[in-house]
Write a protein that binds this ligand. Structure first.
Ligand code: AG3
Length: 270
């Protein structure tokens, strides 16, 4: 079989890859960082044994965490990206000319370095002059910062280890306070098959803070469960209405999705 790499998402469900090449392995102050090469997915970035991005399927996730918010906000000039050190989310945000400034609040400088070195098609916008990178704990950043944002995108790791604090109600509230009106907050909220309970709790926190909550879903072939959830809260924006076209050349998101994006599958409604 050759060398195998796997992500053990639950005790009895693993996602496994045949390795063509191990490109990089290292340990930062915060986590294990690994990049492997595979035939089907190209290069894959793992953080603490969880797949963050692959070259071939990252577009589903990055387009879907970014465009639904960016097409429906009336004037998204300042955008905060929390996590997302690989740069994929920043790359999608930078496709809008209306964007004047993006702040990337990333915990781990090593993730940015490794992505720049080995994942150029994903990290390519990390040198955009509109970007400012703030390294360190994003939960502290959102507490201390007062200069507000129009859109906040939480592209975090799973809610265990370093990413855990980013799914707490306190963090969501600090983001709410840092958001302009009109404003949109959107976060990745895990597999909607395995993470049903997490999603239910997250929705409750959003209701407590924003008083509204919108869920939408997208396929991500390499994320455990295959279908990923996103959770959005807004201040004075109706996210079912697009007010600007999506950038041309996208591979998954199309504007026609927007009006029906927030339909929840019946098994999740109970
Ligand atoms: N953001 C984290 C997605 C979580 C994936 N979880 C997993 N494989 N267990 C990914 C960073 C992409 N910019």
């Amino acid at each position: 079989m050759g060398l195998l790499y796997y992500e053990d998402y639950t005790p009895d469900f693993y996602v496994c890859y045949r390795v063509k090449d191990v490109i990089y392995t290292g340990r930062s102050q915060y986590q294990n960082i690994e990049v492997i090469d595979t035939d089907t997915f190209g290069k894959i970035l793992f953080l603490d044994n969880a797949v963050m991005v692959t070259e071939r399927d990252e577009f589903y996730y990055h387009e879907m965490i970014v465009h639904p918010a960016m097409v429906s906000h009336p004037n998204p000039k300042r955008v905060l990206v929390v996590g997302g050190g690989d740069g994929g989310t920043v790359r999608e945000v930078m496709k809008y000319d209306v964007v004047e400034e993006v702040v990337l609040a990333e915990l781990d400088e090593e993730v940015v370095k490794v992505s720049k070195e080995y994942l150029p098609s994903i990290s390519c916008a990390l040198d955009d002059p509109r970007l400012k990178i703030e390294y360190g704990d994003a939960s502290q950043f959102v507490k201390k910062h007062t200069d507000k944002f129009d859109v906040i995108i939480v592209d975090s790791t799973d809610p265990i280890g370093p990413g855990e604090i980013l799914s707490g109600e306190e963090f969501i509230r600090d983001c709410f306070n840092l958001l302009n009106a009109p404003g949109i907050y959107v976060a990745q909220t895990q597999s909607y098959f395995f993470g049903k309970e997490f999603l239910r709790k997250y929705r409750q926190k959003m209701m407590n803070v924003f008083g509204n909550v919108y869920n939408y879903f997208a396929p991500v072939p390499t994320y455990p469960g295959g279908g990923w959830s996103f959770t959005m809260g807004t201040k004075g924006v109706d996210p079912t209405k697009s007010v600007r076209p999506a950038p041309s050349g996208l591979k998954y998101y199309v504007s026609q999705m927007q009006a029906n994006l927030f339909i929840v599958p019946p098994f999740l409604l109970e």
